[in-house]
Ligand binder design. Structure first.
Ligand code: 6GU
Length: 245
C-alpha cells in the first residue's frame, strides 16, 4: 500500500518510522511519503493561510498551495492503481471504525490532506473530487488542532490489517471491535499479585470453560462500557427498515 501525507508539519509524522509501521515500511509492505505543503507555495513567506471570506475567527488554508501539492502527489504516485482515496481529517468527517479501517486496508493508495487552522478552502475538495475519491474522516466527537494525529491513528489502524504487518494473524481477529464486542480481560504471571488473584478458570486447563468465561466477560464488558454496541438505536437505522415485532 502507498500512503502520501500532505501537511505543514512533516515532523509530526516521524512516529510512522517506529514499531510495527516502521518495520512494515522497511520490509516494503507499506510505502509512506510525507510532503511539506509549504513546498507548494510560491511567495517569499511560504504562506498557506488567509482570512475567511464572510468573516469569523481564525484562518483558512489557501487553495493554490493545496491544488499544486495534490497535483504533485498524483504526478509522483504509483502507476496503474486508479483513483487514489483522498482522506481529509476533520471533526466533521465520517467517524472511523473498524469496518472503515478494513475497507481502507483494501485500497492500494491513500492520500491524506492535513488541514490546520479553521480548515481548507472548500474548493480544494470540490476540485480534488475530479481526480480522487474524497472522504472526510473523523476520529470521534471532539476537536483536535489538525489532521496529523488522525493520520497517525488511521495509518496504524489500517496498516496493521495489511498482510504480513502483524506477525500473528490470530491476534487480529481476537480483538475488540473485530466482531462487535469488546475484548475479554487478560492476565499473566504471577497468579497472585498485590492480593489480586487471576480468575480460577484460567488456571483450570479446561479450554471449553475458558472460552465460555471469556465470551461472558466480553458481553458484560460491552454492556457496561459500550452499551451502544449491543443495542442498535434509531441512529443506526434512520430509515426504520428494521421491523420490530
Ligand atoms: Cl480527523 N481532525 C480534527 N482536526 N479534529 C478531530 C478529528 C480530526 N477527529 C476528531 N477530532
Amino acid at each position: 500500500m502507498r500512503i502520501d501525507v500532505v501537511t505543514i508539519f512533516p515532523d509530526y509524522l516521524a512516529p510512522l518510522e517506529l514499531s510495527l509501521i516502521g518495520r512494515a515500511r522497511r520490509a516494503g509492505l507499506l510505502d509512506v511519503v510525507v510532503h511539506d505543503l509549504r513546498e507548494a507555495t510560491t511567495d517569499r513567506h511560504r504562506t498557506v493561510d488567509d482570512t475567511p471570506y464572510g468573516g469569523g475567527a481564525g484562518m483558512v488554508m489557501k487553495p493554490e498551495p493545496w491544488g499544486r501539492a495534490l497535483d504533485a502527489v498524483l504526478d509522483g504516485g504509483p502507476a496503474d492503481v486508479g483513483r487514489p482515496r483522498l482522506l481529509v481529517p476533520s471533526p466533521g468527517g465520517r467517524v472511523l471504525d473498524q469496518a472503515m479501517a478494513r475497507e481502507l486496508a483494501t485500497e492500494p493508495w491513500l492520500v491524506f490532506a492535513c488541514g490546520r487552522y479553521e480548515g481548507i478552502d472548500e474548493r480544494v475538495l470540490l476540485d480534488a473530487a475530479q481526480r480522487f475519491e474524497v472522504t472526510p474522516v473523523s476520529l470521534g466527537d471532539y476537536v483536535l488542532n489538525g489532521g496529523e494525529v488522525a493520520v497517525l491513528a488511521i495509518t496504524e489502524a489500517v496498516a496493521r490489517l495489511l498482510p504480513g504487518v502483524v506477525g500473528n494473524a490470530e491476534s487480529l481477529v481476537e480483538e475488540s471491535h473485530e466482531d462487535g464486542l469488546l475484548e475479554y480481560p487478560v492476565y499473566t504471571k504471577p497468579a497472585s499479585w498485590r492480593g489480586l488473584d487471576v480468575p480460577e478458570v484460567l488456571l483450570s486447563g479446561d479450554h471449553a470453560a475458558i472460552a465460555r468465561w471469556r465470551h461472558q466477560q466480553r458481553l458484560e464488558r460491552t454492556a457496561a462500557r459500550r452499551p451502544d454496541l449491543l443495542a442498535p438505536t434509531a441512529a443506526d437505522d434512520p430509515a426504520g427498515l428494521a421491523v420490530v415485532p
